[in-house]
Ligand binder design. Sequence first.
Ligand SMILES: *[C@@H]1O[C@H](CO)[C@@H](O)[C@H](O)[C@H]1NC(C)=O
Ligand SMILES: *[C@@H]1O[C@H](CO)[C@@H](O)[C@H](O)[C@H]1NC(C)=O
Ligand SMILES: *[C@@H]1O[C@H](CO)[C@@H](O)[C@H](O)[C@H]1NC(C)=O
Ligand SMILES: *[C@@H]1O[C@H](CO)[C@@H](O)[C@H](O)[C@H]1NC(C)=O
Length: 502
Amino acid sequence: MQHKYFQQLQLDVLCKSIFLSGLLLFLLYTLLFHNHANTTTILPLLTLPHKWSTSSSDGGDGSSRASLPSDPADLSPTEISHVGFVVIGSLPTWRWRKHYIESWWRPNVTRGYVFLDKEPTPEFLPWSTTSPPYRVSSDFTNLKVYSKLVNPPQVRMVRAILDMYRQGDRANEGLRWLMVCDDDTLVFVDNLVEVLSKFDHTKYRYIGGNSESVRSNADFSFDMGFGGAGYALSWPLVEALSSKLEGCIERYPRVFVSDHMVQSCLADLGVAVAHQKGIHQIDLHGDISGFLSTHPQAPLVTLHHFDAIDPIFPSMDRLQAIRHLMKAAEVDQSRLSQQTICYHRQSNWSVSVSWGYSAYIYENIIPRSTLIKPLETFKAWVRNTKYPAFMFNTRWLNGNACESPHVFYFQSVDDWKKNKNASEIVGDQVVTTYARKWPANLQPCELAGNHSASRVDEIQVVSPGRTRKMAGVMECCDVNHEVGTNVVGVTIRSCLKDEVIA
Ligand SMILES: *[C@@H]1O[C@H](CO)[C@@H](O)[C@H](O)[C@H]1NC(C)=O
Ligand SMILES: *[C@@H]1O[C@H](CO)[C@@H](O)[C@H](O)[C@H]1NC(C)=O
Ligand SMILES: *[C@@H]1O[C@H](CO)[C@@H](O)[C@H](O)[C@H]1NC(C)=O
Ligand SMILES: *[C@@H]1O[C@H](CO)[C@@H](O)[C@H](O)[C@H]1NC(C)=O
């Protein structure tokens, strides 16, 4: 059973805490998230289908390129039709992973292909219209370097960029970006467009995320956009890379993974990755709820490795859990998993909401500086990994009611856009609810006045309906709670000038 962690935390943590507390000091030295300061502009997002011509035949060879698909003179805001997705799949995994992709793919809106290792077998035909259209990766066994390749399937993945480029100008018309990802990557498309719109697509740009695991970054590269997390390449860079790719593969036949090979090729072209918060490789195992409950103030762009982690909601399977998260994502991607913290002073409670995912109540006033650190509910990617395992600071649960939360998970979303009745009731607002999934097993926090939250079984969060959260800008909230009742209300609002969260 997943999510045992919180249920068994007292036992579990007591055993570990003596050993772990000695290591606490060293934690201070782990790296902080980069803090991008330039994330305050918000550009209008147009997610309407855009006119583009579709390739009339399969696999044009691109030999008759007449003009750039991406017109540098076009200075209009970046929108969804400017992004071409290169989803790297394989037939054996497509059977279940297609559901991951279909959870975010918007037929006739999102552009691009899934690149498969072979022609689909009859079981996949006719090809689902809710999946990205497929292309079969081009054969490269005749390349001179082929016999020297240590990992040909990974080279196929690198070559998906070239295969996409070779779909030709008509298929690629108007593209400013390629977004390359795996078939077990969730993409939050509106957030991706918002993030990409901040970058100059007419220059060489390589935007990605690094691994949460120190070890993975060290094994491959700290300066890499991890492939499962997904990385974006501006169109001029795609062109440059495509013309240099075969030479690069010849230089690096022994590079073992595709994203490292791409990073090596780009480094040789003088291009460094721009790390973007919100692009998540998820090189973690087990229950990642602690991680998803403390997301930094940056749009959630991707999540990866769903086959390696527990379902992200308790008592659901992986696919149910993904679809559940998508219910919130369909209403407001800008706030998805964004952490907002406020206090109920009468009870000395701290409330931390990860919009559309979870809400925590602590029976103590804990400053934001502490609450933004993930609770280490998850395990390292590599078993028995040496400390420090993670690229960020974490908190351990110690079973102490003054430091451990009551945990509630996203249950429902009332969308003013879809539900007329709700819109009459709450106006321009979205109401999300969060429910307790197992009985409270904490003693009250005596230090803070013994105000137990064990009776609370639901948290209702009201957030703005029409205004997207500004990327990178924290929001604040107020707690509305009548002592003794089982519901806690939270209203998300803009922060006051210099509001202190503590
Ligand atoms: C996509 O567009 C085609 C052609 O316009 C149409 O036949 C098809 O039904 C559309 N698919 C979806 C899922 O809307
Ligand atoms: C919404 O309102 C309509 C008519 O006013 C009513 O028929 C319907 O049952 C209501 N739906 C809900 C979920 O309350
Ligand atoms: C809140 O906790 C502080 C100690 O941290 C205590 O002095 C104060 O009385 C508590 N307030 C209430 C309302 O319980
Ligand atoms: C706090 O509550 C616990 C049990 O709920 C009780 O044993 C303890 O005496 C209380 N402490 C205070 C200071 O009220």
